[in-house]
Design a protein around this ligand. Structure first.
Ligand SMILES: Cc1cc2nc3c(=O)[nH]c(=O)nc-3n(C[C@H](O)[C@H](O)[C@H](O)COP(=O)(O)O)c2cc1C
Length: 260
């Protein structure tokens, strides 16, 4: 009798466990597209934020955007159709030898990066207004993903945002504080000889120094995170990242688009 009831309890528990694991898996599968859509919205919102555009007009503003790939090998620009696939498969793309390139140094914690990286170009009345480049790299606790917007001169920063980072709120997490991000606006990336000069420093940049235009005051109490940001922003703006694109823009006032 006792054995019979134990069997029943076991069977009921098993059925319940199976049922709920099925429900949870089904929910995960069904919610995946919604989750991906929300991630895309959050990314797109941050593209606009970096460029200082109105985020309440997401669809309208996105009509003024063209999306391209920058080919890190050929240094050319190609029109991109659907970049959601790039972000969805980002890890695979950045690790597969067929779709990535090796990085020897400069991007702490990464051995390879995608060979073709999407970026966004804003146009006003048909003229290029600014470009928005994706950037990523390691902070203290997490890989931080964001965007940096650069004026059409290829040298002046318009804005910086982070749409995914897990640094400590109130410490490293302050990288997403509008007040800190505003320090980047109008800073210059290169000097007149094309040397990469932008840097995050510890302490207030000296207004009387020639270097003031290239320097951003790091977050106090979060030196490790800001060191990470300094290092990966410099990587992406260097010739290992988008440097060539920026210098081309500075010189030619247009993108190096592959003409067929
Ligand atoms: C619980 C905890 C969380 C921390 N989180 C961060 C962080 O997210 N980013 C960071 O740079 N430092 C963080 N720190 C502080 C670092 O350990 C280190 O003290 C700090 O980066 C030094 O910055 P400072 O030289 O500006 O004081 C954290 C410390 C503790 C105890």
């Amino acid at each position: 009798m006792q054995q019979e009831s134990n069997k029943k309890i076991f069977l009921t528990a098993l059925i319940l466990a199976l049922f709920f694991s099925f429900v949870v898996s089904l929910a995960a599968v069904l919610l995946k597209p919604i989750q991906q859509k929300n991630e895309e919205l959050e990314r797109n919102k941050n593209v606009l934020l970096a460029a200082g555009k109105n985020i309440n007009n997401l669809d309208e503003e996105f009509k003024k955007i063209k999306i391209f790939y920058f080919d890190l090998k050929s240094k050319r620009v190609e029109i991109a159709d659907d970049v959601s696939k790039y972000f969805k498969n980002f890890k695979k793309i950045s690790e597969n030898p067929q779709t990535s390139i090796k990085v020897e140094e400069g991007l702490e914690g990464f051995k390879s990066i995608p060979a073709k990286i999407p970026f966004y170009a804003f146009y006003e009345n048909g003229n290029l207004d600014c470009i928005v480049l994706p950037i990523y790299g390691n902070g203290l606790w997490s890989t931080m993903y964001g965007f940096i917007a650069i004026e059409k001169d290829g040298n002046t920063i318009k804005g910086l945002t982070f749409y995914d980072q897990k640094e400590t709120p109130g410490l490293g997490g302050e990288v997403d504080n509008p007040k800190w991000k505003s320090l980047w606006k109008s800073k210059k990336i290169f000097d007149k000889n094309g040397n990469l000069k932008i840097e995050v420093i510890k302490g207030n940049p000296d207004k009387n120094s020639e270097n003031w235009q290239y320097q951003i005051d790091g977050l106090s109490g979060a030196t490790m995170t800001t060191n990470g940001v300094n290092s990966f922003v410099r990587f992406w703006l260097s010739d290992k990242g988008f440097g060539y694109l920026l210098k081309y823009l500075n010189e030619h006032k247009e993108l190096p688009i592959e003409k067929n």
